[in-house]
Design a protein around this ligand. Structure first.
Ligand code: 5GP
Ligand code: ZN
Length: 115
């Protein structure tokens, strides 16, 4: 957990462009955006991946979706739509071991959601 890059972003040990923050959730721009809007929304609690949810974590997951809606409004993509992606584990293409929700939009996205 201590060498988790997203925990370091939470602790401001690594700089990021933060677009939302509260006691439990942080959202910041992806360093390598795939669309005009590409934001990562994460719980401040270190959860390594979707399959590692504990009892009670469903509350923070619900809050994350509410925050995603708020950010979508702030980024002016709420009405036109967007995509939310969670990569999980090796086959899911997860590279950073701290649960994160990709909020992607600002352009017409392809219809294929996987390759
Ligand atoms: P994953 O493949 O794990 O679902 O996505 C990890 C995402 O984190 C990638 O889109 C990558 O560009 C982003 N990322 C990795 N390191 C950093 C960083 O230090 N800062 C920011 N802002 N994004 C990062
Ligand atoms: Zn972490």
């Amino acid at each position: 957990m201590n060498d988790c890059i997203f925990c370091k972003i939470i602790n401001k040990e690594i700089p990021s462009t933060i677009v939302y923050e509260d006691e439990e959730i942080l959202a910041f721009r992806d360093i390598n955006p795939v669309a005009p809007v590409h934001i990562l929304v994460i719980p401040k609690k270190h959860i390594s991946k979707l399959t590692e949810l504990s009892d009670g974590d469903e509350i923070i997951i619900g809050k994350i979706y509410k925050v995603i809606n708020k950010i979508a409004k702030d980024e002016n993509i709420f009405d036109k739509g967007f995509r939310v992606i969670v990569n999980c584990g090796e086959d899911g293409g997860q590279e950073v071991g701290h649960l994160h929700f990709h909020l992607i939009g600002g352009k017409k996205l392809g219809t294929k959601i996987c390759e």
